[in-house]
Every structure is written in structure tokens, then in C-alpha cells.
Design a protein around this ligand. Structure first.
Ligand code: PMP
Length: 433
């Protein structure tokens, strides 16, 4: 009998048993068999450079992480009503990465759960319901967080309690890269929203934000954006929640946490984290202050069966050790900066590139049909990703118009890999389509 590629069987199986709209990367997906460091390998043994990974921080299948997870799985795995020292050791190590005061951890299993809990606590403490967000954000899939995620509620209508504010996008927005006051001007819209809501008798419970906007299109927050918002929120009793699910754990290079890139005055009341935290293994958390935790939880309102399980703690703890010993945050800064430079160089050669932006290993290349009108080159962007895949390089579009390459490689990405990526993109853009 003829050999059937595994990809065909895999896709048939998905069609039979998953919702028909279940997303896949690429029109012609790849059957992934294994991965190591910054490369995936398909069923034919072909290697693909991974520049799109959402969750892999220290490289795929890092031998130390694999050993830590398997060792712990063979030793003890249970729920956190039992006492094991890995949990306290991990909580101690994790909170040491955050500013003083943020030292109580609620371990959960996904970014959605962490944000859901953050909103629940904020609403309980403030006795208010409304939430101010940045437009085009994505904060997760549960009912509560879909309601603060424009790309989700767009399909069923914006809830009354959600208040999107303008994306502080200096490429497309009202205040551009040439405006040194852009940060303060975008912040003023947020503060006006706080005040308008208070005047309507519905002061907000929380301000929920990301420090580099993925759904918004790889938008770097302008300097001076968060500090005035935080000062205003503190005066008005609004809880500030940093969603670090995408940006946390050293990815932005200059700081371990994304909010720290906006200056020392920016200290959120709550920080939510996931994705990178377990390098692909489900580990997530909400970290807050003792004061908030006591006010919310005097009689034990929270428990998660899997949150903080011993294997999750072993993985999370090992990951922090690897980050430090392999100096990966520094690599995000230096090699991430180099990658941005290489991409910026391509903008001089290809008209289609409208903007290149990012911080550390979290960058975006925005494609436009016309640099003056900035018409999004959406179909082209998808084609470019398919062609890059044929070149053995993986990256995927993001943004409200799907015209921005989202670059999010593991932090172990090397300068040679940055060259490999830039050369492949150059070839694809040169060849046209
Ligand atoms: N917040 C942000 C910023 C995210 O990007 C995501 C996932 N894409 C989530 C929250 C939800 O995380 P999860 O899929 O782990 O529930």
C-alpha cells in the first residue's frame, strides 16, 4: 500500500474530533515530531528554525528541564493541600524576581485562569465591576476574561463593563514616533476614561494591561505611558494588573518583567504570568501583595487542584535556574537587539516593510502596501509566512489586520540564527509572490 504522510492522518483525526474551527499554524501545516533548542523537526526529519514560539523560553526540550520534570513525576505528584518543599522554594524564588511587596502567589494552570482570578479579586475588593483595558488586547478564554478581550467579544458584543482605550501605537495612532510626549498623551486617554466612568457613577475596579501589546500588533509602549496611569489609578483606588503572560521572564531584555521597562514607579498591584513560566508545561500564577490577599481571602476562597503541583514547581524552579545560569535575559537584550537591527536593515531594501519595532526577543515587522496610506498587506503577510516555512523558518502574523510578523523565539536564539532569519526573509521578499 502507498505510504500516507502522517500529516494527512493527523489532520483527518483533528477534523473528526476537534471543533472545525480549531486553529492551526499555516495553510499547509507541518507534522511536528520533535524539537530541540530553537528548532522543530517534522516527520521527514526536516528542521525548522523557531522564531514564532509563544511558550518556549529556554529552548525546546532543555535537558535540565526534561530531567527535572521526569524526576519529579517519578517521585511525587499531587495537589498543594499536601505539603512539599518544592512549592515554598519555588514561590520564594519567583517572588524574588518581583519588586518588594509582591510576594503572595496564587498558582494556577493557565494565563486565562490567572487573569480571571485577578479580575475576581479586583471586583471583590473594590465592590466595582468595570474594567479599563487597551484595545485589541487578548487576556484569555474564560467567560470573565473573554469579556475583556476585544478579539473575542467582537463576536458577541462588548460587555457594558469593559472600556477599551486607544492602542498607544506610534506607527498608526494619533501620536507618532516623532512626538516625545506620545506616552503622556496616550496615557491621558486612559485617565480621562477613569474620570468619565467615575462621573457616571461607575468608577472602574481595575486597569488591565500588557507591557508590549501582542494582539495590538507588537506595539512597544511609549516611554512615560504607564507611570501617569499608575499614579491616577492609585489615587482613584483602581487595581492595576500587569498581564505578563506573553512578555514576562526576561523576554524584553532590559528587565525581567515587562512593566519594569516603564520605570521604577510602575509597580502593579497584581502580576499574572503563564506561557514561558513552564517552557510549554502548564504553569501559571497570579502574584499580589499580602494586603490584597488577606482582604480577598480571609477564609480560603481560593484553591486550584493542579495549581502549584510538584511537577509544575520542579519545572518552574528549574527554568529560573537555567535563565540565570545561561544569562538568557542578557541574550534577549543583545541578540534580540541584533535581530531588530538586521530587520531594520531589511526595511531599507523592501518597500513592503512599513515599520520594525520591538524589545528584546519580542519584535514585529509590519507590512503595508503603501508606506504613505499604510494600507495593511494582510494577504501578503500570510504568504510570506508560508514561503518562510518553505525556507525552513517559522514565524506567524499578528495584529488586528494580521499584517505584522510576530517574532518570539526562544531566548537561546543566537546571532547566527538572527542572520539565518533575516537572510530568509530577505530572499522571500526579494523573490516576491
Ligand atoms: N494573556 C495574554 C496576554 C495572552 O497572550 C494569553 C494567551 N495567548 C492569555 C492571557 C491566556 O493564556 P492561556 O492561553 O494560557 O489561558
Amino acid at each position: 500500500t502507498a505510504w500516507t504522510p502522517v500529516i494527512d492522518t493527523a489532520l483527518r483525526g483533528r477534523k473528526a474530533h476537534l471543533p472545525e474551527t480549531h486553529p492551526t499554524y499555516f495553510e499547509q501545516p507541518i507534522n511536528m515530531v520533535r524539537a530541540r533548542d530553537c528548532r522543530f523537526y517534522d516527520e521527514h526529519g526536516r528542521a525548522y528554525l523557531d522564531a514564532l514560539n509563544n511558550v518556549t523560553l529556554v529552548g525546546h526540550c532543555h535537558p535540565r528541564l526534561v530531567a527535572a520534570a521526569t524526576r519529579q513525576l517519578g517521585r511525587l505528584n499531587t495537589n498543594s493541600r499536601f505539603v512539599y518543599d518544592l512549592l515554598s522554594e519555588y514561590a520564594e524564588r519567583l517572588t524574588a524576581t518581583l519588586p518588594d511587596g509582591l510576594d503572595v502567589v496564587y498558582f494556577v494552570n493557565s494565563g486565562s485562569e490567572a487573569n480571571d482570578l485577578a479580575l475576581r479579586i479586583s471586583r471583590y475588593l473594590t465592590k466595582r465591576d468595570d474594567v479599563v483595558i487597551i484595545d485589541d488586547a487578548y487576556h484569555g478564554y474564560t467567560t470573565v476574561v473573554a469579556d475583556v478581550s476585544p478579539s473575542r467579544y467582537r463576536h458577541y458584543g462588548k460587555p457594558d463593563t469593559t472600556h477599551p482605550t486607544p492602542v498607544p501605537d506610534r506607527y498608526r495612532g494619533a501620536y507618532g514616533y516623532d512626538d516625545p510626549q506620545a506616552g503622556a498623551k496616550y496615557a491621558a486617554h486612559v485617565i480621562e476614561t477613569f474620570d468619565r466612568l467615575a462621573a457616571e457613577g461607575r468608577a472602574p475596579a481595575a486597569y488591565l494591561f500588557e507591557a508590549l501589546l501582542a494582539g495590538g500588533g507588537q506595539v512597544v509602549l511609549p516611554p512615560g505611558y504607564l507611570a501617569p496611569i499608575f499614579a491616577a489609578a492609585a489615587e482613584r483606588g483602581i487595581v492595576t494588573i500587569a498581564d505578563e503572560v506573553q512578555v514576562g521572564f526576561g523576554r524584553l531584555g532590559e528587565a525581567f518583567w515587562g512593566f519594569q521597562t516603564q520605570g521604577p514607579d510602575v509597580v502593579p498591584d497584581m502580576v499574572t504570568m503563564g506561557k514561558s513560566m513552564g517552557n510549554g508545561f502548564p504553569v501559571a500564577a497570579l502574584v499580589t501583595t499580602r494586603e490584597i490577599s488577606r482582604a480577598f481571602d480571609p477564609t480560603g476562597r481560593f484553591f486550584s487542584t493542579y495549581g502549584g503541583n510538584p511537577v509544575a514547581c520542579a519545572v518552574g524552579l528549574e527554568l529560573l535556574g537555567i535563565m540565570e545560569e545561561e544569562d538568557l535575559q542578557r541574550n534577549a537584550l543583545t541578540t534580540g537587539g541584533y535581530l531588530l537591527e538586521r530587520l531594520g536593515g531589511l526595511a531599507g531594501r523592501h518597500e513592503l516593510i512599513g515599520d520594525v519595532r520591538g524589545q528584546g526577543f519580542y519584535s514585529g515587522v509590519e507590512f503595508v502596501r503603501d508606506r504613505r496610506t499604510k494600507e495593511p498587506a494582510s494577504e501578503e503577510t500570510l504568504m510570506i509566512c508560508e514561503r518562510l516555512k518553505d525556507e525552513g523558518v517559522l514565524v506567524y502574523p499578528t495584529g488586528p489586520h494580521w499584517n505584522i510578523l510576530k517574532l518570539k523565539p526562544p531566548l537561546s536564539f543566537t546571532p547566527a540564527m538572527a542572520d539565518e532569519f533575516a537572510a530568509a526573509l530577505d530572499r522571500v521578499l526579494e523573490a516576491g509572490w
